[in-house]
Unconditional design. Structure first.
Length: 356
């Protein structure tokens, strides 16, 4: 998905100083946030640099920016947009970013590379839909099992069913492989074809052109397909077969997380505030997403309709994705994206969220 060039870099002005009540709140947070590690030092960071992607699951950043929640932090917040997770992974090597909001698998790769950071918040859960062409959906419903449906498709079409999704090891790819192997009971390597198409834009184009049989994808692509009358429908939703499925997360550098725990807690507090806002004000949240991503890529009407999808399950609590994160960690290691399966102790710092 492309983004409006005028939105590629955003800088939110810094509030002169915390008001008395905000300062008192931060003081209360500090005593508990200290348990997350680090003692805090000096006057804190002057700037919090955020790397993010122009994707729907980064909704909290869009709301925080457009609603001015970042103004209530004691540091200037600057955001830099990246087209995909691997680009953020590459940029993280320089250690320039304090917060990275992107997929859970790229976050794992960053930590596996030794960058001192941990997940302090989830952005969304249960974000993936498995879409299939209408013709196959009818076969799917009539078959006694999913495995039978895929076998019948191959027999009738003379070829294997082809999924087109993100590259191997990405969140959509791993979720698809898990669903096929553990839920449907087919071999992802031999019983179907899985084609890497790149990001959400190429997947959307392939669906609208009818070039693939199905996909694993997050909003707003399923909504776009529905609006454009593409002959595809959802045959499975992650919330049904992997409750708490992780997708986009907030990864925080130790420079912020450990060394400045008050500021770390304050950032996550505004993240939680943005989650609540998106849930309670879907019209405004959709407008914010369209504004930051770019209306040419995400029209307001599309963004608003996508808010009603079960896959638009925005959260902040990282505990909710902990179980699913272990599944993804194991798959990431098996696919060679990380050197080993990372434990939740290696992946998460729950203390920042718990301090709230």
């Amino acid at each position: 998905m492309t983004t409006d060039p005028t939105n590629e870099r955003s800088t939110v002005s810094r509030r002169r100083f915390l008001q008395t009540t905000a300062a008192a709140s931060a003081a209360g947070l500090a005593s508990v946030a200290g348990c997350a590690g680090g003692t805090g030092g000096g006057s804190g960071l002057d700037e919090i640099r955020v790397a993010y992607m122009p994707i729907y699951p980064d909704m909290q950043y869009f709301v925080m920016r457009e609603e001015g929640y970042t103004d209530e932090l004691s540091a200037t917040v600057s955001g830099e947009v990246f087209s995909d997770g691997p680009s953020i992974v590459q940029a993280s090597a320089t250690g320039d970013f304090d917060v990275m909001m992107f997929g859970v698998v790229p976050a794992m790769i960053v930590m596996d590379k030794g960058i001192p950071a941990k997940i302090t918040a989830a952005n969304i859960q249960n974000a993936m839909q498995i879409l299939a062409h209408d013709d196959f959906a009818a076969t799917w419903e009539a078959a006694d099992s999913g495995a039978e449906a895929f076998a019948r498709f191959e027999e009738e079409q003379g070829r294997k069913f082809t999924f087109g999704t993100f590259p191997p090891g990405s969140v959509p790819d791993i979720l698809l492989r898990y669903w096929l192997a553990e839920v449907v009971g087919v071999d992802p390597e031999n019983d179907v074809n899985i084609t890497a198409l790149g990001g959400a834009g190429p997947v959307r184009q392939a669906l609208l052109a009818g070039e693939i049989d199905g996909t694993s994808i997050m909003e707003p692509v399923p909504t776009v397909a529905e609006i454009r009358d593409a002959p595809y429908q959802s045959i499975a939703w992650a919330g049904d077969f992997m409750p708490g499925q992780p997708a986009a997360v907030t990864l925080m550098h130790d420079r912020l997380r450990e060394d400045n725990p008050e500021q770390a807690a304050a950032f996550v507090e505004q993240h939680q505030r943005a989650t609540t806002f998106a849930t309670e004000n879907p019209d405004a949240a959709a407008q914010h997403a369209s504004t930051v991503i770019g209306e040419s890529s995400l029209p307001v009407e599309t963004a608003r309709q996508a808010m009603d999808s079960p896959a638009s399950d925005f959260i902040t609590d990282p505990h909710k994705i902990a179980e699913g994160a272990q599944i993804f960690s194991e798959y990431a290691a098996e696919l060679g994206k990380t050197s080993e399966a990372l434990s939740n102790d290696q992946l998460f710092d729950f203390g920042v969220y718990d301090s709230l």
